[in-house]
Design a protein around this ligand. Structure first.
Ligand SMILES: NC(=O)c1ccc[n+]([C@@H]2O[C@H](COP(=O)([O-])OP(=O)(O)OC[C@H]3O[C@@H](n4cnc5c(N)ncnc54)[C@H](OP(=O)(O)O)[C@@H]3O)[C@@H](O)[C@H]2O)c1
Length: 513
């Protein structure tokens, strides 16, 4: 499709020069495909309601569900209500719900059913006319990735992707976006043959998190950190996304995908890009993307890959105080499944700023704790004018960006232990979101859904970022595919021995968050 110019700001309720005013979406309909799924119930429907409750959706907003249940509009509205009551963030208010539910519609059918798509088209036309959604339609594909092609073809066939006049049509795509670089390129070509790239919103919900956006504030609004932000002072960077839960009930999605494809290709490489990028010319989407793309283009695997990566699969062990089974005893996983539930790899960013600084990425299920953090670990002081015994307990300074669950920033440095002798030990200086701000952070999906309706693409990776991320990951996946099965690790620990060895070989160690 021909590329259009980046859309200008179109929301008449907002003065584009005053960024403090709330950003309210314009008239629009959000169509969710796969509305009976887990994501729609837990995240999407509650996020729509929370936006309405915060006054960020206009009266002329509509929510359309598409699924193969035989539901009337009212049945679907009841399903939405239950999902909202169970999972909304801002508290259920009947008056908000009553207004929102007037715009809820349901279309029943499978993705292969032409008639159902024609029914969807006429439902949207009715909403445009009766509710004033003005031909502005966002299609959220909350569906299995193998269904992307059929739904995209239906949208093309019916003309539902075509914009006319001032109206817009957008598509929202969930991960996984391909399973390697080749399939990501194919999928991008397919999506871009139906929707122009600026109308494609690829969800990486990590980018919707306040703590992730705070990386830009921390780096570019302060003078304090910038002089330290390079190989002159930083020894290495560790980016960790650890979960304590296992995969009970999620075999269908996870088996054959694994931790590297599920999390490192998207969330962790996006975090790496935000940490490593240069200052953007502005915070416009294009300037942000330019800087992130430069980082991804410069990112390489540290060789040899077999010694600089690790993968594992959880065995039986503990989750908190509960005994739990290993992956191969989880329902839906075969006894010979080679899907990794832990992945770690060492990368380098081949630029003047980062030369010689390894970036260690790791993610896993059934680890010791649920935590996501980015730790910049500093070099040791070049000279310590103390006896060795005085600094025996002094580690390396670290700046830790706590992404979740205890959102904030920690600075770790050495301090004198009170007493008559000089003894230096590590202490933490903490900033916590909960303590510093009275407002609670919106859910990532609230922010991202609103941005879709506003046409603000800053927090959505573009096709080039996705393809470059796969280019970084593909050699690691190929190495693993050629080298037998993942190592096992006991549930409740911090991954396989090989992950520790990968670090200790360079005289470093993983943090135990
Ligand atoms: N769940 C999460 O936390 C999560 C997180 C990140 C990304 N994602 C991604 O989000 C997407 C949705 O995930 P999910 O967990 O919600 O999946 P899910 O629970 O498996 O739901 C899939 C949905 O697609 C529908 N569907 C499948 N084939 C269909 C067909 N031929 N015709 C009509 N409907 C069909 C299902 O309808 P039926 O109910 O009729 O089967 C269901 O509503 C996936 O791409 C996933 O990778 C999910």
């Amino acid at each position: 499709m021909p590329r259009k110019a980046q859309p200008e700001w179109t929301n008449p309720l907002r003065d584009p020069h005053d960024r403090r005013l709330p950003r309210i979406a314009g008239p629009s309909a959000l169509v969710i495909f796969g509305v009976t799924g887990d994501l729609a119930r837990r995240k999407l429907m509650p996020a729509v309601y929370d936006l309405a409750n915060r006054g960020l959706l206009p009266p002329s907003f509509a929510l359309v569900g598409f699924a193969r249940r035989d539901w009337a509009h009212e049945d679907f509205a009841q399903v939405v209500r239950e999902a909202v009551e169970a999972n909304c963030r801002t508290g259920f208010r009947t008056e908000v719900w009553d207004r929102l539910s007037e715009g809820i519609r349901f279309v029943s059918g499978t993705f292969e059913d032409d008639e159902a798509f024609e029914q969807l088209q006429s439902t949207l036309a009715d909403l445009d006319r009766d509710r004033g959604t003005d031909g502005n339609h966002a299609y959220y594909l909350s569906i299995p990735p193998n269904a992307f092609p059929v739904v995209l073809s239906q949208l093309r066939r019916t003309g539902m992707a075509d914009e006319s006049g001032d109206s817009w049509r957008r598509v929202v795509i969930e991960k996984p976006f391909g399973h390697d670089q080749e399939s990501a390129i194919e999928l991008n070509e397919l999506v871009n043959s139906v929707f122009a790239e600026e109308s494609v919103f690829r969800i990486d919900h990590y980018l919707g998190k306040e703590t992730v956006q705070n990386i830009l504030a921390l780096r570019f609004a302060n003078q304090l950190f910038d002089p330290l932000w390079s190989s002159h002072y930083i020894d290495h960077v560790q980016i960790t996304m650890a979960e304590d839960i296992g995969l009970g009930g999620r075999a269908g999605y996870y088996d054959g995908i694994g931790a590297a494809r599920d999390v490192i290709q998207n969330h962790l490489l996006q975090l790496l890009a935000l940490v490593a990028m240069e200052e953007p010319v502005s915070f416009s989407p294009r300037h942000l993307q330019t800087e992130k793309i430069k980082v991804l283009q410069s990112t390489r695997n540290i060789l040899p890959i077999d010694l600089n990566s690790a993968r594992g699969q959880y065995a039986a062990g503990w989750q908190g105080s509960e005994p739990v089974v290993g992956l191969k005893d989880e329902e839906g996983f075969a006894a010979d499944s080679t899907t990794e539930t832990f992945a770690a790899m060492a990368l380098e960013v081949d630029t003047r700023r980062w030369a010689g600084v390894p970036f260690y990425l790791r993610s896993g299920k059934r680890l010791g704790r649920r935590v996501t953090e980015i730790a910049l670990v500093f070099k040791r002081a070049p000279h310590l004018p103390f006896d060795d015994t005085m600094t025996a307990e002094l580690g390396q300074n670290a700046l830790v960006i706590r992404v979740q669950p205890d959102e904030g920033v920690t600075l770790r440095f050495g301090s004198k232990v009170p007493g008559s002798s000089m003894e230096v030990r590590d202490v933490n200086m903490d900033f916590s979101y909960g303590g510093a701000f009275t407002v609670s952070s919106p859910e990532a999906y609230e922010r991202l859904l609103l941005d879709v309706l506003l046409g603000e693409p800053s927090l959505f990776p573009v096709n080039e970022e996705v393809e470059l991320s796969w280019q970084i990951l593909d050699p690691v996946l190929a190495e693993w595919a050629a080298s037998g099965t993942p190592d096992e690790y006991e549930s409740g620990t911090w991954g396989p021995q090989s992950a520790d060895t990968m670090m200790s070989r360079t005289g470093r160690a993983w943090r135990r968050p």
